[in-house]
Design a binder for this molecule. Structure first.
Ligand SMILES: [Zn+2]
Length: 236
């Protein structure tokens, strides 16, 4: 590194140290102050990170719920979403509190977990309805997909499928009502971009799988498409 760059790096470190002093950053899980080298999580919370069990990454049981014609071959999950655990904050911060960069960071972590046995050749984030995206300012699935792709380096396809209906919450609905609620909410706009390819579909959390199933059905209209699925968290 040339001396000018070294000076710039040094200045940046001093500045970020000063910012930490004035506005101390806290761990998003336990609240403890972070040191300069830590980001989002303290070292202890990172060490205890509830990674999804490696044996369940190819999660046959979860995948069986999807239609056979568009069933994903692989499921990659970073961690279990437990409502009694403070690690759930990570998802909430991205979804409801505008922590866009945290979405990318979680995607990078997930990408690291996936890189040894990942088979897809393109990535499609589940779209939000444009009204919802406008309210939130970004699509969290796209930010996660960007993080994954920083590690995996395949083609990230942003406008292949559109959410044409802003479905209401699935909470409190039975299985039949959930399926009805997501019927035809997605429309495949660019079938030629995914025909004959292996698509990694990306979402933030997999709960019932109803929304993901609807998106898979819409994408399968392109024909000759294989699927895998990646979600930051999976409810337990
Ligand atoms: Zn912590």
């Amino acid at each position: 590194m040339c001396s000018w760059n070294r000076i710039k790096c040094g200045c940046r470190e001093v500045l970020s140290g000063l910012v930490d002093l004035i506005y101390p950053r806290g761990c998003e899980v336990c609240g403890k102050s972070l040191v300069q080298s830590e980001k989002y999580l303290c070292t202890a919370c990172l060490a205890d990170f509830p990674f999804a069990d490696r044996n369940f990454i190819v999660g046959e049981n979860v995948l069986e719920q999807f239609d056979f014609s568009c069933r994903p071959e692989q499921l990659f999950t970073l961690f279990y979403y437990d409502k009694y655990s403070d690690y759930k904050n990570l998802v909430h911060l991205v979804k409801y509190h505008g922590y866009r960069e945290l979405g990318v960071w979680l995607g990078r972590m997930l990408g690291e977990q996936m890189k040894s046995d990942f088979r897809a050749d393109c990535i499609v984030p589940i779209p939000l309805h444009r009204k919802r995206e406008k309210q939130r300012g970004f699509n969290q699935a796209l930010e996660i997909a960007r993080g994954i792709n920083e590690i995996l380096h395949v083609e990230l396809l942003e406008n292949v499928v559109e959410r044409v209906r802003n479905n209401v919450s699935q909470t409190g609905k039975n299985a039949a009502e959930r399926l009805k609620n997501v019927e035809n909410i997605f429309h495949l706009t660019r079938p030629e971009k995914i025909r004959g390819r292996h698509v990694l579909l990306v979402d933030d959390v997999i709960t019932t799988g109803a929304t993901i199933g609807a998106c898979l059905r819409a994408l399968s209209v392109a024909e000759d498409v294989r699927f895998s699925l990646a979600c930051v968290a999976r409810t337990i």
